[in-house]
Write a protein that binds this ligand. Sequence first.
Ligand code: PMP
Ligand code: GLN
Length: 394
Amino acid sequence: MVTPREPLAHRLQGFGASIFAEMTALAVSTGAINLGQGFPDYDGPRDVLDEAIRNVAEGNNQYPPGIGVPALREAIAHHQKRFWNLSYDPDSEVLVTMGATEALAGALLGILNTNDEVVVFEPLFDTYAGCVALAGAHLSPVTLQPQSDGRYGFDADQLRNVITPNTRMILLNSPHNPTGMVFTRDELQLVADIAIEHNLIVVSDEVYEHLTFDSAVHIPIATLPGMYERTITISSGGKSFNTTGWKIGWACAPAALLNATRMAKQLFTFAGGTPFQSAIAVGLQLPDAYFEQLAADLQRKRDMLLPALRDAGLQPITPEGTYFITADIRERFPHGDSMQFCRALPAQCGVVAIPGGVLYDPRHSEEGKHIVRFAFCKQDDTIKEASQRLRSWA
Ligand code: PMP
Ligand code: GLN
């Protein structure tokens, strides 16, 4: 008998199943509260939902244009101007995608060549590593570390030292998943200086652009001098309008950069989500008060969960943005193995979290082995119940 060949492409060897899917399956099978995968357990604004329902009911259910429905492209361009003073032409510099995930895949596969190197800040969102590998390119990780001031930060020398003649791109994510770090203007300037000096493209994943807390301010790197022309800015309606299952995302960039993204994107889904595109266009035009309330509500939820994590003997780092808290487990669990911790937590405590080690480059997985991530985009009652479970488990 002939043994079937290993079907998985060489480029995907070494990647396991998504940790987010694994941990959500664990939440379902154990009935534990899912503070793992980052999705809200509450709905988005009524006007946005109603617009989707209206579009479905009125028969707006066929393919949209490949670059996205005009009303959404216009709303994205208007949003970029209104919040960040960035100007994009809705017809040539805005591309609607199936979630930020497809925008990222389009940008990476549309731009990278074999053996190009991509600078990323780790821990990193899992699709980055997979798409860079699919492109035949390589990651050059720079590690975010907790600093003495209680924030995450990075070593500027490490950033400078990972640059080689093969470096082609910096893949930035601020506000950052999973650390909750919001890059300051000075930190962004360090990144920008290197991008300009080495003529690099920057792909900036800003899906949490509206989720910042206290005095943290989101600054799109495209707004820094000399950066607009080399930056692809990516975001998603999923995070701003609590509609993660709709997968309506976008990329904005000067036409040539956007076109490279579009060339790849058209080979994936081509286009999709027509009724949801129109609905996200309504969301992007909501008044400032909506976006302020969104952040204020999440800040309150963050402040409910933080003390419960401390009471459970974990050392959380207060996030400046996103809807995630990372915590160090070593004081209570000297083994420091977050995978073991996350596999046991649902049965022991009735809560699910994400182990940090898998969000690091495999060469550095020890760096984040002791980190766990908790999502707090949950109803107040869900957070209260999770907090009570964490405290009684302590
Ligand atoms: N980037 C980051 C940093 C994320 O956390 C997520 C969340 N899923 C995505 C991209 C993907 O966004 P989407 O669900 O719109 O594809
Ligand atoms: N962005 C979400 C998270 O980080 C969802 C990721 C996913 O399911 N792929 O949890």
